[in-house]
Design a protein around this ligand. Structure first.
Ligand SMILES: NC(=O)c1ccc[n+]([C@@H]2O[C@H](COP(=O)([O-])OP(=O)(O)OC[C@H]3O[C@@H](n4cnc5c(N)ncnc54)[C@H](O)[C@@H]3O)[C@@H](O)[C@H]2O)c1
Length: 354
């Protein structure tokens, strides 16, 4: 077992047990337990959780539909209403059991119910294990804007068991890998080099541990996203705009899939800003396109992407601020980027990825 100390709580990483969770539940004397999950996870993973932690057999299950659309006010309301109906009190524990949708939504509902009840995250996707379960960013989408309503509120513990990855599809594994590539690209050149030669044989537990160690260092220094934590937004300004464009389409794009495109376009902007060299830009394109199949975004009007960026929570008074890379493994915060520069970078990308 690996234990990483974060902001007032521990992240434990295990490959075959949930002993740390059982110990946590023994020590803390909660009056009741609620498990927030979606129907896939309830079917595939919940039996393992209940066998590992018999204490949770009496927990109330709050079931939501899988997918990004559930990260909404409608489902927050469902959680609040269930907590009220089933007499949750201030000493209730909400257990977010699932991917990033579950931890973002459940963390938000827990932060706001009775002005805050305890919650823990038991991530079941690679993306949530390597990134979303850690750091206390919680929230929902609203009127098609990603994560526009939310809080920064830390869980009481994060319990990672890589056994849950066994039932995850290849598409979802790649979705999680996207955030791992981002963490490396922004913060660690040696980790980026390791990922450049990633193969199916690479151990996920090693990648998750490394990602969490890097992210943890950053969030400990800047828990409220005022300084260096913004570096982790690299790829997300463009990525969120693209993800939002596809949110209501027949084939929504996964978060990580949109972030990968964001990483490439924002790398091009970093090049335009003379923060990275041409060979570096080409290396980033080559590594990412050799490990991931990217969807074309050429059908989206560039003006529509730019409008969404203007409404992003990171934009202030129409000045578009980006966290960019300043070399591989290094970053530059709050770089002002013009609409023309964004347009140029998207056009460059669309010419390469048709
Ligand atoms: N708070 C943060 O710091 C942070 C960071 C990155 C991403 N996010 C958010 O995370 C969300 C994406 O999370 P995600 O990619 O985990 O998606 P997700 O939560 O929608 O899960 C993806 C799919 O996998 C299924 N699934 C989950 N675990 C499974 C398992 N073990 N076996 C089989 N199927 C399983 C789910 O039912 C769902 O259909 C986005 O909303 C994004 O904004 C948050």
């Amino acid at each position: 077992m690996t234990l990483i100390k974060s902001n007032g709580y521990n992240v434990t990483i295990e490959d075959n047990s949930l002993d740390s969770l059982s110990n946590f539940l023994e020590i803390k004397k909660y009056t009741s337990y609620f498990i927030l999950s979606d129907q896939n996870i309830i079917k595939l993973c919940l039996p393992h959780l209940l066998i590992a932690c018999p204490k949770l057999i009496t927990a109330q299950i709050i079931k939501i539909k899988p997918g990004e659309k559930s990260k909404s006010l409608k489902f927050s309301t469902l959680i609040w209403q269930t907590l009220i109906d089933k007499n949750a009190d201030k000493n209730t524990l909400l257990i977010n059991f699932g991917g990033g949708v579950i931890s973002d939504l459940g963390g938000f509902a827990a932060a706001t119910f009775k002005r805050g009840i305890d919650f823990i995250n038991i991530p079941t996707t690679l993306l949530a294990m390597a990134d979303a379960s850690l750091g206390g960013k919680t929230g929902i989408n609203f009127n098609e804007f990603k994560n526009i309503i939310g809080t920064i509120n830390q869980p009481k513990g994060v319990f990672i068991n890589t056994k849950f990855l066994k039932t995850l599809s290849l598409r979802q594994l790649k979705n999680g890998l996207a955030e791992i590539y981002k963490i490396a690209l922004v913060n660690s050149h040696p980790f980026w080099n390791e990922l450049s030669s990633f193969s199916e044989k690479t151990s996920y537990i090693k990648l998750i541990t490394k990602s969490i160690q890097i992210k943890n260092k950053i969030i400990l220094k800047d828990p409220f996203d005022k300084g260096i934590r913004k570096s982790l937004n690299f790829g997300h300004t463009i990525g969120h705009a693209i993800e939002s464009e596809f949110l209501n389409s027949e084939a929504p794009m996964l978060h990580g899939e949109a972030v990968l495109i964001g990483l490439l376009i924002e790398s091009k902007i970093s090049y335009q800003k003379q923060l990275i060299s041409k060979p570096m830009l080409l290396e980033i394109y080559s590594v990412i396109t050799s490990h991931f199949k990217l969807r074309s975004i050429s059908e989206i009007p560039i003006s529509s992407i730019i409008n969404r960026i203007k409404n992003d929570k990171k934009a202030s008074k129409n000045i578009l601020l980006f966290s960019l890379i300043n070399g591989i493994g290094s970053f530059k915060l709050d770089v002002i980027v013009s609409e023309t520069q964004i347009q140029k970078a998207i056009t460059y990308h669309n010419n390469l990825i048709k």
